[in-house]
Ligand binder design. Structure first.
Ligand code: SAM
Ligand code: SF4
Length: 348
């Protein structure tokens, strides 16, 4: 599928739950967010039906996310069903890793293709603080299990906080020195609780790492489905990646849609707009009607997020690349409703 700006849309992030066993400070309020009633959350059969229809339109890669996807029972069953869906080439997972060790064998047997594990620090106390109660040992065991799983690509995702220490960042990067995995530093996005925190920019982190590990080399290969830019350090087994939604805006190559736990299909992370897939699934809509809605969502993808709003060159460039769109639709884009939900409700 191509959107209104000529981008190829082939990647779907499916948030399977809004629930989480942690309360990361920049993602969820301490008291959590009111849970969506179970009956409002898409069943595995509903997710699979939707993904099958989306696969027929060109979605070939699916990321399972949340909330914490591993708090949902029997996630391996969903992985298996998705892997059996014609057209779906890859099913991957983003998790905080704390429940991974015990579930990994089932997930890989079901065909899981890769895992991303979120980890913001290797300091036990800070980990407990940032996750509001999590145990570093649980996440570490998840990472060890993933690394011990033959052929399973592993990425570590870190969202560095402005007031975090350089040492945390260096120690996390060292994981890519010691193991064949990617460590990615993600810029804080002003979504939900993230609005209240300052992250650290990619350039600053790259400079810091180069001061410790020497000059980095850009990595020629594209790794994964997303917007990360990778570099290599001499002697490292793995690579370092940067996902910089703010300082290196990547909307021009955006390839994704998002499905929330309640079945809203979101064209863009930043905006509250969505297409109600659950209503269609539960009201007897035909596959073709659902497919029509997916096409509409793709065509509704905005040129770019506006985290820093308006006079951004990447945004303008994207807009000027559009064909057949009127000034009116550009104005409509400006007035889109911004996302007010927490990241855990959308599936980061
Ligand atoms: N619970 C799983 C996890 O932590 O990996 C999956 C869901 S979580 C919402 C997905 C990713 O979004 C995590 O890596 C998390 O650090 C990141 N995230 C959450 N809030 C964010 C924000 N405001 N800006 C950037 N990344 C954020
Ligand atoms: Fe939970 Fe992931 Fe959000 Fe942390 S980042 S609170 S683990 S959903």
């Amino acid at each position: 599928m191509q959107d209104g700006y000529g981008r190829k849309i082939e990647y779907l992030r499916v948030s399977v739950t809004d629930r989480c066993n942690l309360r990361c400070v920049y993602c969820m309020p301490a008291e959590g967010v009111p849970s969506v009633p179970h009956e409002e959350i898409l069943t595995y059969d509903e997710i699979c039906r939707f993904c099958g229809i989306a696969a027929g339109l060109g979605i070939s890669r699916i990321k399972l996310t949340g909330g914490e996807p591993l708090v949902r029972k029997n996630l391996h069953v969903l992985v298996k069903k998705l892997k059996e869906t014609p057209g779906i080439e890859q099913v991957t997972l983003t998790t905080n890793g704390t429940l991974l060790r015990d579930q990994l064998a089932g997930l890989t047997a079901a065909g899981l293709d890769a895992v991303n594990i979120s980890l913001d620090t290797l300091d036990e106390e800070k980990y407990t603080l940032v996750t509001r109660g999590g145990r570093l040992a649980d996440a570490a065991q998840g990472i060890e299990a993933a690394l011990a799983s033959p052929g399973l690509p592993v990425k570590i995702n870190c969202v560095p906080l402005q007031d975090g220490s350089d040492e945390d960042i260096v120690r996390l990067a060292e994981l890519a020195g010691e193991h064949p995995l990617e460590v990615r530093f993600i810029e804080m996005m002003p979504i939900g609780m993230g609005k209240e925190f300052q992250g650290r920019g990619a350039n600053e982190i790259k400079k810091l790492l180069e001061s410790r590990f020497g000059k980095s080399l850009p990595c020629g290969k594209t790794l994964g489905n997303g917007p990360a830019r990778y570099v290599e350090f001499q002697g490292f087994q793995g690579r370092i990646g940067f996902i910089s939604a703010l300082t290196h805006k990547f909307c021009r190559t955006c390839n994704r849609l998002r499905l929330t736990p309640e079945g809203m299909l979101k064209p863009c992370l930043q905006y509250g707009d969505g297409f109600d897939i659950k209503k269609l699934l539960r009201n007897g809509a035909s596959d073709e009607q659902i497919a029509e809605t997916v096409r509409a969502a793709v065509l509704d993808k905005p040129a770019c997020h506006q985290f820093e709003r308006e006079n951004d060159p990447a945004c303008r460039e994207n807009r000027s690349a559009q064909e057949g769109r009127t000034m009116e639709s550009r104005e409509a884009e400006k007035s889109r409703r911004l996302e007010e939900r927490e990241m855990s409700r959308i599936g980061g």
